[in-house]
Ligand binder design. Structure first.
Ligand code: COA
Ligand code: AMP
Length: 632
């Protein structure tokens, strides 16, 4: 690994990244260790999709662990596990984490997992989850982590798409003070899924004992006690490191593929440029390993960069109170904290004066990073006022894996404009496109797109479905990747991302498909048709609302029906969907071609100015619904 190339100022760096992207990223690639250094920057694969560093070979777990030990960090803390829900704190040095990971890799190899095989990980926020992910990477296997809040059906869908050799899970997760048993969910998912993995590996936690199925389920501790450590396996830069499913506009989630080489280079670069970190410092992403933030900034980037990462099994509030974040910062000398705005809205609601912050020594904290949803100006202002720290919004998505726009503090801290994610990150050529696909002028709203090729780290494709990648992201405006978000850039180029243009909503920083909820609601025998869309919520940003038309002749109790709809969504997607509201209406507004006017409904419920398309079939329906809403 070579020394940091000198970075000058943001605009010089940005220009270098777009003037000659291959030269720029090949220079960055020299900062991580390869078995075979790449000589190629970007290239097109057989399907005509961009790939990075096609002739390079490396191992991501080696970079995250062994290379750090080789660089003298063996005794430095790699991972701090802080779990207020179990009352425990565990610390792992790089040596300890490497050795544990190598043994988990040994277990997986013994179960037949090799290069390219998939492993589904359905786990709570425990260190074993990090070890499992890194163990897959060590073997060149492909992990697919499923967020622990998803219900059995969602897990089954992912198991069928990923076709794992092994599924790793635990007996339970803990939600504040509720023990959520995972094993019955896993069992239900495995019986629903068509694909049957060869084995499961189950971590028994003291809070719940999982019933094991002999011949299929293996005990984590027992398996590890017999395992031999395994060495890292070299893989191609373009080989997949993981598949992470994210919500699209249909019920079928999209398997976002992350490669090894581009990802490693992007993670390393981002720790320095986006987060302004120095190796050895403590970085805390208060998210969940089931989301992309957890993949990139709890696990891979901090370790690849030689930082100490914090794995927090708790909530911003109630574990035990709204001082939890400040307590963790103080206990572990956190230098930078990254979370979703909704987490701080929850803290502000319970502790508006931030009185609990004063109880802790938070002097180690230098910067706050926010992403996952729009950072609303009131939350921004509150954070600035209460912490006095730089509060830095940045915009990205599961697909890109790292920030598309940020305040590049590692190069040059730009003035903040509340509500803006600041400027495009070096490597990302962001354009606002109008309906014809032409770049829009300053302050004109449009579709936020990224000119191809995107920089390293971004998805090369959708798992086993390149057609979906092309039709969903690339086909609409040739030469661009369409983010799905709408927004504008001001006269200084600052980017304001205003929200999704498709049927995806953002609930407490979790990305959910309203189309999927519609499928579940519409499947109820009493429902003729429905529309699900997001309504504004002070705490969670958005919450789903269903407008439901009942079949003629329905005679049951409407409240009981609504409760059944809530139960169906909880059972099939999970409680995290926060689906609790439905409104029964006579008719839904549609265009003359029969398309439901969800956007108009959303505007009406949110009290926004109505944009009614001229193609509306019967405008009287809007008045009926407005009346229904007014009546409560
Ligand atoms: N396993 C099982 N259930 C889970 C879960 C998990 N990992 N995560 C959430 N749930 C459940 C909750 O228990 C809750 O269930 P309930 O309806 O039965 O009470 C439901 O899903 C909704 O949970 P949540 O969105 O966490 O709501 P909350 O009211 O408990 O907490 C916040 C509100 C703001 C504190 C919380 O949403 C939060 O911490 N958000 C930050 C999100 C985040 O980090 N996003 C990552 C993107 S960076
Ligand atoms: P996810 O893929 O779950 O990370 O969700 C990505 C989506 O969250 C984006 O497409 C945006 O709609 C939204 N998002 C993430 N970060 C921001 C941000 N800083 N500002 C506005 N929206 C954001």
């Amino acid at each position: 690994m070579s020394q940091t190339p000198a970075v000058l100022d943001y605009f010089t760096e940005y220009q270098a990244s777009v003037a000659d992207p291959d030269a720029f990223w090949l220079a960055q690639s020299k900062r991580v260790a390869w078995y075979k250094e790449p000589t190629q920057g970007s290239s097109l694969d057989k399907e005509g999709l961009y790939r990075w560093f096609a002739d390079g070979e490396l191992n991501t777990a080696y970079l995250a662990l062994d290379a750090q030990i080789d660089a003298g960090r063996g005794e430095q803390l790699a991972l701090i596990y802080d779990s207020p829900v179990t009352g425990s704190v565990n610390r792992f040095t790089y040596l300890e984490l490497r050795d544990a990971t190598a043994r988990v890799a040994g277990v997986l190899r013994g179960l037949g997992v090799g290069k390219g095989d998939r492993v589904v990980i359905y786990m709570p926020m425990v260190p074993e989850t990090v070890m499992a992910m890194l163990a897959c990477a060590r073997l060149g296997a492909v992990h697919s982590v499923v967020f622990g809040g998803f219900a059995a059906h969602e897990l089954a869908v992912r198991i069928d798409d990923a076709e794992p050799t092994v599924v790793i899970s635990a007996s339970c997760g803990i939600e504040v003070n509720r023990v959520i048993e995972y094993k019955p969910i896993l069992d239900a998912a495995l019986s629903e899924a068509h694909h049957k993995p060869a084995a499961t590996l189950i971590l028994q936690r003291p809070q719940a004992v999982a019933q094991m199925q002999i011949g299929r389920d293996l005990d984590w501790d027992e398996a590890l006690s017999m395992a031999e450590p395994t060495e890292p396996v070299p893989v191609k830069a373009t080989d997949p490191l993981y598949v992470l499913y994210t919500s699209g506009t249909t019920g079928k989630p999209k398997g976002v593929v992350r490669d090894n080489g581009g990802h490693a280079v992007a993670m390393h670069y981002s720790m320095e440029v986006v987060y302004g970190m120095t190796p050895g410092e403590v970085f805390w992403a208060a998210s969940d390993v089931g989301w992309v933030v957890g993949h990139s900034y709890i696990v891979y980037a901090p370790l690849i960069f030689g930082c100490t990462t914090v794995l927090y099994e708790g909530k911003p509030v109630k574990t035990p109170d709204a001082g939890a974040f400040w307590r963790v910062v103080a206990d572990h000398k956190v230098a930078a904290l990254f979370t979703a705005p909704t987490a701080f809205r929850a803290v502000r609601k319970e502790d508006p004066e931030a009185a609990l912050m004063a109880q802790y020594d938070t002097s180690s904290l230098q910067k706050l990073f926010l992403a996952g949803e729009r950072l609303d100006p009131p939350t921004y202002d509150w954070l600035v006022e209460k912490t006095g720290l730089p509060v830095l919004d940045h915009w990205w998505q599961t697909e890109t894996g790292w920030a598309i726009a940020c305040n590049p503090v590692g190069i040059e801290q730009m003035p903040v404009k509340a509500g803006s994610a600041t400027l495009p990150t070096p490597g990302f050529q962001v354009e606002i496109l109008d309906v014809y696909g032409d770049p829009s002028g300053a302050n004109q709203q449009g579709a936020v797109a990224i000119r191809l090729p995107m920089p390293p780290g971004c998805l090369p494709t959708i798992w086993r479905d390149s057609d979906r990648f092309i039709s969903g992201y690339l086909a609409q405006y040739p030469g661009y990747y369409l983010s799905g978000d709408g927004g504008y850039r001001d006269e200084e180029g600052y980017l304001f991302v205003m929200g999704r243009l498709d049927d995806v909503i953002n609930v407490a920083g979790h990305r959910l498909s309203t189309g999927e909820m519609e499928e579940i609601v519409a499947a109820h025998p009493a429902v003729a048709e429905c529309a699900v869309f997001g309504v504004q919520d002070e705490l969670k940003g958005e919450l789903p609302l269903a407008m439901v038309v009942l079949k003629d002749g329905f005679v049951g109790d409407e409240d009981a029906l609504k409760a059944e709809l809530v139960a169906a969504v909880r059972q099939q997607i999970g409680a995290l969907a926060c689906f609790n509201q439905s409104l029964i209406v006579e008719r839904l507004p549609k265009t003359r071609s029969g398309k439901i006017l969800r956007k108009t409904l959303r505007q009406m419920v949110n009290g926004e100015a109505l944009q009614v398309p001229s193609t509306i079939d019967d405008p009287a329906i809007l008045e009926e619904i407005h009346q229904r809403l007014t009546d409560g």
